[in-house]
Design a protein around this ligand. Structure first.
Ligand code: ZN
Length: 224
C-alpha cells in the first residue's frame, strides 16, 4: 500500500515492512518473519523493481518478526544492513536482545514459535546510534527509543514528517498511539521516555511495526 509517494507499507508478515523508493535505490525498514521476503520481493516486482535494487535494510530491533527475513533479503540483494549496537549483537547471533518476561504456557508457546520461525543470524554492516543521520528519504534521523528492547531505534524523516517507530509505539485499530507495554517490554520507564521523545518530534505520519499507519499523528499520542 502506498502511504505517500515513494513510501509503501507491506503488511501481512506479522510485523509491517516499509519500503522507501528513491532514484539511488530502495530502502527497507524491518523485514517481517522468516520467508516473508517472498511477499516483499513480489510487492517490489509489481512496482518494477528487482531484489538487487535494495540498497539499505534498517532493523529497528532484534525481534524475529522484524528481522526474520533479513538473511534472505541480504543474500538476494547485497543491501547494506543497519542496526544499533545492542540489537546488532542479537541479530548476529540469531537471538533476541532481551529476555521476555514469560512463564508457563506463554513461555512454552513462545519457545515453540521461536524455534519454528527462528531468524537467521546476520552480521549488520553498519551500527547506528541515536543522533546520527542517514542520506535516505531526505535525511533520516536515527532516534534512540529504548524500552521495548534495550537498543531499539526509530527513524524520523523531517521533510515528509514521517516517523518509523518499530515497536517503540503501538498503533491501535482505533488509530491511536500507545507506548510499548506488557511482557515483551524490557523497561517500561524507558518506553515512556521514548514515547515522550517521539511525541516531541510532532510527526505527521507514524509508521508502526504493528497496526495501521497513523496520519495527523501529532494529535494521537497519549499524555504520559
Ligand atoms: Zn514486533
Amino acid at each position: 500500500m502506498q502511504i505517500i509517494p515513494g513510501l509503501h507499507q507491506i503488511a501481512g508478515g506479522a510485523a509491517n515492512v516499509y519500503l522507501i523508493v528513491e532514484p539511488q535505490g530502495l530502502t527497507l525498514i524491518d523485514t517481517g518473519l522468516p520467508r516473508f521476503h517472498r511477499k516483499i520481493f513480489k510487492y517490489m516486482a509489481n512496482l518494477g523493481f528487482q531484489p538487487g535494487q535494495v540498497r539499505n535494510v534498517i532493523i529497528t530491533h532484534a525481534d524475529g518478526d522484524h528481522y526474520g527475513s533479513l538473511g534472505a533479503i541480504k543474500a538476494a540483494s547485497g543491501g547494506r544492513v543497519y542496526a544499533s549496537p545492542l540489537e546488532a549483537d542479537a541479530i548476529s547471533e540469531g537471538t533476541l536482545s532481551r529476555p521476555l518476561k514469560l512463564s508457563g504456557l506463554g513461555k512454552l508457546l513462545f519457545d515453540l514459535s521461536f524455534s519454528l520461525f527462528r531468524p537467521k543470524a546476520v552480521n549488520p554492516d553498519q551500527l547506528l546510534e541515536g543522533g546520527q543521520s542517514l542520506p535516505i528519504f531526505g535525511g533520516m534521523q536515527v532516534i534512540a527509543t529504548p524500552g521495548h528492547t534495550p537498543g531499539h531505534i526509530s527513524l524520523f524523516a523531517p521533510a515528509p514528517s514521517v516517523l518509523f517507530c518499530g515497536d517503540s509505539l503501538r498503533a491501535t485499530s482505533q488509530g491511536r498511539l500507545t507506548p510499548s507495554r506488557g511482557r515483551n517490554t524490557w523497561d517500561q520507564a524507558q518506553a515512556l521516555d521514548s514515547l515522550r521523545a517521539q511525541a516531541a518530534l510532532n510527526p505527521q505520519i507514524v509508521c508502526p511495526g504493528h497496526g495501521p499507519v497513523i496520519h495527523a499523528a501529532s494529535d494521537k499520542f497519549p499524555l504520559v
